[in-house]
Design a protein around this ligand. Sequence first.
Ligand SMILES: Nc1ncnc2c1ncn2[C@@H]1O[C@H](COP(=O)(O)OP(=O)(O)OP(=O)(O)O)[C@@H](O)[C@H]1O
Length: 294
Amino acid sequence: MDKTLLAVEALTVKFGKFKALDTVSFALQTDAGVVGLIGPNGAGKTTLIQTILKQNRAQGKLTVNCKIAYCPDMPEFEKQYTPVEVLAQALYLNGAKFKRQKVFAILKRVGLAQALDRPNGGFSRGMKQRLGIAVALVLDPEVIFLDEPTSALDPLGRKEILTLIKEIAKEKVVVVSSHLLVDIQNIATNLLVLNEGHLLYQGKTKDFLATYDRLAVLKLEANDLLRATQYLAKAKIKVTVVKEEASLYFEKENLAKVMQIVLAYQLKFYFCGVDDNGLERAFENIVQHDQTKK
Ligand SMILES: Nc1ncnc2c1ncn2[C@@H]1O[C@H](COP(=O)(O)OP(=O)(O)OP(=O)(O)O)[C@@H](O)[C@H]1O
């Protein structure tokens, strides 16, 4: 049965008179998978993580029924330490025993098997990110918070870390805070959406997209853009034309009709469907219509 690992009720955090978090309530169950924690700059994401890690004074109720680990956006370690030594130190500082087999297994899992004996001072950002995740994993948490895990990485490094996060989330809850909404859309099954200290949404990513992003896109060869616009207008399908992208945006519910027209008139197209930017559009919509704003 799914267990509640962590719950916050009416959590409020003030810095002086300013409320960085305002009566935030949510719960994380064991089956939450990857949870995307998203919100504009200053929304309160870091404050929320720090408060859950008990680094801030807060009003409200915080219930933690599990072990939690945290990895910052740019993890740094004593430069001369090898990954094995970094993990040994983390275990030592947490009063846990060093188990060679376990440490090696974790370093292999995060993709550092080839760098076990190298001082981390020479590691790339991606490797340091992996080491940070390994440190979090070695403490056997049930929930891991990752702050901006892909922001400093190149596209390949980003992809690898996203795959690793999905893999870890098969057995743990991974809360990922990020501004890279395409990444979040790709990995998060659930979302926490914050704006100006208020929690605007918690729930499934797919329900969030269904509610706040109603658009699908047809990407065409530029020569066929005009023809496509005319045929769709004739079929009374409302579209938004983005000429520079040779794209037409329309309501998702018209997808089947649009496909029929595309095929019937043999329009040359690259893509027709729901794209990777849905979360960005949905996020803009919910933030723009935030009713909690005074
Ligand atoms: N120690 C502090 N003292 C005063 N104000 C603070 C403190 N920490 C955070 N704040 C304020 O609280 C608000 C929320 O900040 P927080 O860092 O949690 O936002 P965030 O969502 O993590 O933003 P970003 O995406 O920019 O990292 C901001 O207005 C910030 O200036």
